[in-house]
Design a protein around this ligand. Structure first.
Ligand code: 13P
Ligand code: SF4
Length: 327
């Protein structure tokens, strides 16, 4: 079912079309909702019904009553929405929007790793395929990972995958010794400590704010570490006027909107000739593809029924714990 023709994605748009107006018409006609991650471009964030981090997108998908969800994000986000809403149509503007972190954890290998460790609680980051979630006990996002880990007694044996950086960070702040899968996100691993130190010297008043998918040396020089939503909240609440932002640069759009008087400095990657602080997968989605996606109701996310029935349990568990914790 995933083998859909993707030629329509680039179907030329009717001449003189006002994309915002047309999208508003289409979503009303089709009883659809547009959800966007903070790493989408500003125009997509502006047209979305809701913009959020991975946890918020899953929470929103779980409660919506519409017929169609258009998930402007990457494939695993669409899959999570589909697992939660198997009877709804879930669309993503570009089916090629994958995730290097999810790709670093093939389901067959992860399942073998789980089988090698009987008696371990399996915690998976939401940045995983449906098949990995199907062999997981609880899903987490960077917003709730610490609290979910701490909801288990300290002596609990645990596996965490796939992000080794987030895993190391959780181990360091909780004092646990969780067994880690060796995966990473190509965007967050690219940030250069050297360049952050140069920026700190140039902007001595600025706070360095960092996503926990970054490597440990960067976390160590940071003033605040948190999920995309936590970083945004921090910039709103802080008295500081400048922030060096060590995560995908799309979130700066919302930061700047919420705090127009503050300055946000993106962190350059190691190789500053490339735009590696942008997630190339996230940036595959465009307004034009969003329009075609809602118009033609393609490409659609499909999840095998047996996998969906297994994968929904750890996602629901995450949502229940998050609700109890007020997250
Ligand atoms: P959050 O949205 O949970 O902060 O995760 C960041 C990310 O890398 C999404 O792919
Ligand atoms: Fe995946 Fe990294 Fe892109 Fe997030 S930023 S979607 S973890 S590749």
């Amino acid at each position: 079912m995933e083998n859909q023709s993707i030629g329509y994605m680039n179907v030329p748009l009717p001449a003189g079309i006002d994309l915002r107006e047309e999208l508003n018409k289409l979503r009303k006609e089709k009883n659809a909702i547009i959800l966007a991650h903070y790493y989408q471009t500003g125009d997509i964030q502006d047209i979305a019904d809701f913009v959020g981090d991975s946890l918020a997108l899953a929470q929103w998908a779980a409660k919506t009553t519409v017929d169609i969800i258009v998930l402007c994000g990457v494939h695993f986000m669409g899959e999570t929405a589909k697992i939660l809403c198997p009877d709804k149509k879930v669309l993503v503007p570009d089916l090629n929007a994958g995730c290097s972190l999810a790709d670093s954890c093939p389901a067959v290998d992860f399942e073998a790793f789980v089988k090698e460790h009987p008696g371990y609680v399996v915690i998976s980051y939401v940045n995983t395929t449906a098949a990995v979630k199907a062999v997981t006990d609880v899903v987490v996002t960077s917003t709730n990972a610490r609290q979910i880990v701490e909801s288990f007694p300290p002596e609990t044996k645990m596996i965490f995958g796939p992000d080794r950086n987030l895993g190391n960070y959780i181990n360091s702040i909780t004092g646990r010794n969780i067994l880690l899968w060796n995966g990473a996100c190509h965007v967050h691993e690219q940030f250069s400590l050297e360049k952050i130190l140069e920026l700190k010297a140039k902007y001595p008043e600025a706070d360095v704010i960092t996503h926990p998918e970054c490597k440990q040396p960067i976390i160590q020089v940071s003033d605040f570490v948190g999920s995309t939503a936590a970083l945004l909240k921090y910039t709103i609440q802080s008295d500081k006027k400048q922030f060096i932002v060590a995560t995908e640069s799309g979130v700066i759009y919302e930061m700047q909107k919420k705090s127009p008087d503050k300055e946000f400095i993106p962190t350059p990657p190691n190789d500053s000739t490339c735009a590696c602080n942008e997630c190339s997968f996230m940036r595959l989605n465009t307004m034009e593809k969003l329009y075609n996606c809602l118009k033609f109701e393609m490409p659609e996310i499909y999840v095998d029924d047996a996998v969906q029935q297994k994968a929904i349990r750890p996602i629901k568990k995450m949502l229940e714990i998050s609700e109890q914790l007020g997250l």
